[in-house]
Design a protein around this ligand. Sequence first.
Ligand SMILES: Nc1nc2c(ncn2[C@@H]2O[C@H](COP(=O)(O)OP(=O)(O)OP(=O)(O)O)[C@@H](O)[C@H]2O)c(=O)[nH]1
Ligand SMILES: [Mg+2]
Ligand SMILES: [Zn+2]
Length: 311
Amino acid sequence: MTARGAHLPRAEVPGALDLGLVVAAHGRHVVIETPEGRRVRCHPRGKKSELVVGDRVRWLPTGDEGVVEHLEPRRNLLFRQDDWRSKSFAANLDLMLVLVAPEPVFSESQLTRALIAASAAGIPALVGLNKVDLASAAAARARLAPYRAMGAPMVELALKKDPAGARAVLAPHLQGRTTLVLGPSGMGKSTLINLLVPHAAAQVGEISQALGTGRHTTTTTSWYWLDEARSGALIDSPGFQEFGLRQVAPEQLAALMPDFAAALGRCRFHNCSHRHEPGCGVRQAMERGEITPARQRIYEELFEELSRKRW
Ligand SMILES: Nc1nc2c(ncn2[C@@H]2O[C@H](COP(=O)(O)OP(=O)(O)OP(=O)(O)O)[C@@H](O)[C@H]2O)c(=O)[nH]1
Ligand SMILES: [Mg+2]
Ligand SMILES: [Zn+2]
């Protein structure tokens, strides 16, 4: 290491901009956190970049606030969609934790959409079946059996009834990682955050204050540190239904669904859509029971949707 090596404090490196982590994004401004843990409200330079939670940026202070000058390359990026367009909402994730529960009954289609989105973005996914203390857990396990069979990593939790057990099960998955927590309403996301995040309300409050929104709306994606050392984090983001898949081409779908992917390469036509073509290896796998009717239906719905929405 030379005298002017990497240990030089960043501020003394001529021309270098400070590093920031985007912990909240709201309309035209973002809140970044400095390596020292300070929160600063920043405006993006120009209109170009849509900054999202998890982005690493270079910024310049301008009085009490700052200007984001540069976006560091993203490792990955996730989208949500409304009626008209997809919008990115989180970047640089290490894990997607999808919470489901026996009650209220979770939608297999939503679960599949989340798993496809994770796979398309190159993000590992973990399915957490919560509320296994309920008698209806057996039915939920049965619904998840095909997902277990296709190799989706899975854990069982009783976040409320057995918090210590849930913590022990989750810790090795979450330590040192940035994890996006997803799940339909009522699955236990808030219970999870409150169990694992020290001072969860305070952490959100701090961000709202920096944003100047006064209160933290449920439409905002929130960043929570899991530990004092700020090595692991949870991102809580509402809007499970609107998971954006529009960036996925219909022809890519089968490769992103592990049970379909296992049957690929045996179709008569190389551009087979696996819906009605003769000599289709995927449909043969369905007939052998290797792909469930529910998954087949979800695939066809998604194929339709993604074909329609490409403009
Ligand atoms: N039986 C049982 N109930 C649980 C468990 N974990 C959470 N619940 C309950 O499930 C309900 C919903 O939990 P929340 O954490 O609010 O769910 P959420 O995912 O944040 O829901 P939204 O905020 O609506 O998206 C609450 O009444 C919890 O007490 C559990 O392990 N077992
Ligand atoms: Mg909640
Ligand atoms: Zn086919």
